[in-house]
Design a protein around this ligand. Sequence first.
Ligand SMILES: Cc1cc2nc3c(=O)[nH]c(=O)nc-3n(C[C@H](O)[C@H](O)[C@H](O)COP(=O)(O)OP(=O)(O)OC[C@H]3O[C@@H](n4cnc5c(N)ncnc54)[C@H](O)[C@@H]3O)c2cc1C
Length: 415
Amino acid sequence: MSEQIVKADIVIVGGGMVGATLACALGDSHLSVILLEAGSGEYTLPDKGYELRVSAITRASQRIFETLGVWPGIESRRISPYRDMHVWDASGSGVIHFDSADIGEATLGHIIENNVITAALYERLSSFENIEVIKNCHTESISISAENASLALKNGKTIKTSLIIGADGSRSSIRQQFDISVRGWDYDHTAVVTYVKTEKDHQETAWQRFLPSGPLAFLPLPDNYSSIVWSTRPDHAKELTSMTDDTFCSALSTAFEHTLGDVIECGPRAGFPLRFFVANEYVRPRLALVGDAAHTIHPLAGQGVNLGLADVASLAEVLMAADANVIGDMNVLRRYERWRKADSMSLFIAMDSLKRLFGTEHLAVKWIRNFGMSLTNRIGPVKNHLVRSAMGMNSNPVEGRLPRLSQGLPLVDRQ
Ligand SMILES: Cc1cc2nc3c(=O)[nH]c(=O)nc-3n(C[C@H](O)[C@H](O)[C@H](O)COP(=O)(O)OP(=O)(O)OC[C@H]3O[C@@H](n4cnc5c(N)ncnc54)[C@H](O)[C@@H]3O)c2cc1C
């Protein structure tokens, strides 16, 4: 096969929610971009029921999608708002309740099936002339030199580029190939996901109960269905995924204290092993990591993809402010790294504290946990700060502001 060489300013490896959003953010810009996706890039919804993978999308992420013209495609498919969040501890009296009205917002966010988001992103991507999407794409080798970076694809094509962006998920081959180390831990937990119908209305509330074995979340879907994320020990997860529907519905109703009455119907179940890590470097010369490739977190915070979208908003802003011939330089890329590392450090500390706080049934820790939850619930300013953080609306200390896209502003001011 004869070698075909093409050039692009930027190559994004991985067209999941984060990589495809980054490509949209660079749409209609002065930069030429190639997005490589290993999968088929077909994002359809099941004929019956709901997709098993859903995301709680914060207000800040919604603004990113709105500014990029992706939100109408999401809204026209299927979304479900949540206006309240109710979190409580199974082994005590600790409760926290967040209400969007307390901070003057209509919603805290939306629960959206992942395929709804990616379908809307790919639809939007087809309208940009400077973005090429290559699906079913497999990379044979990657090299980086002072002059450029080069990707040899299995189809015989070679791409020469100024910057490679690894958006290829938590098992990122880009991160591994360039020996970028990570800090974190395996939780020795599996998240069992499914969707269910309950006897009582979900009240557009995201519910989370902390059980001794791990958190159990009910997230509102349309027509009074809920998406379930039940994090538990791997052996228990195996049991939950292999039991009959009736036994599962009954086990789930009990674990959830019948808060929404009985669980009367459930969809298929799947398990996802959980880990937490943050990459020690987000950038190298001609290389940047975004999304789960840079940091993977426990779904209990509902923040994984939202953090990835904040990476996108920051990186796109940094790149758009630079000349095309310097986008792979460390002095450009370091601004992105500093900006996002501040958030990932606070995340590291928060995840570590949560693990310590909820990973034990020691009496004293249980008391502190319940007291802390109840106290937080009573102190308005603390609670409001927490809820604004959960909505992605607090700026980090490095830039002192949210990225423009997260504020609902275009990357560059239009004249
Ligand atoms: C059970 C569960 C529940 C969750 N709930 C939430 C939630 O409520 N809210 C939230 O914010 N987050 C949530 N998350 C986290 C969220 O799903 C991830 O953070 C998000 O999917 C990361 O997106 P990504 O695009 O970075 O990576 P991925 O979704 O992993 O996408 C990576 C893409 O890269 C492609 N790829 C991989 N390797 C290559 C390669 N070599 N070449 C080309 N393409 C490649 C893959 O095919 C894929 O399309 C949850 C996670 C789990 C496990």
